[in-house]
Design a protein around this ligand. Sequence first.
Ligand SMILES: [Zn+2]
Length: 68
Amino acid sequence: MREYGVDPCPQCGGTKIGRGKQSGYGTISPYGRLGFGTALIHLICTDCGWILGSYVENPGSFRKTVVK
Ligand SMILES: [Zn+2]
């Protein structure tokens, strides 16, 4: 069964994917706009620890930095 719409872990085939939140000094800020950091969420295989993907919690704050 898939969780969060992600594929099974490419390393071990595990399907138990957890989410980790990277905040504090690990936030990502829109380019040129320090101080508006948003937390980074990681999708993590709970069997082997492989990170399957990451995304920011507030993607809308990056719209003014679009380059393409
Ligand atoms: Zn794994």
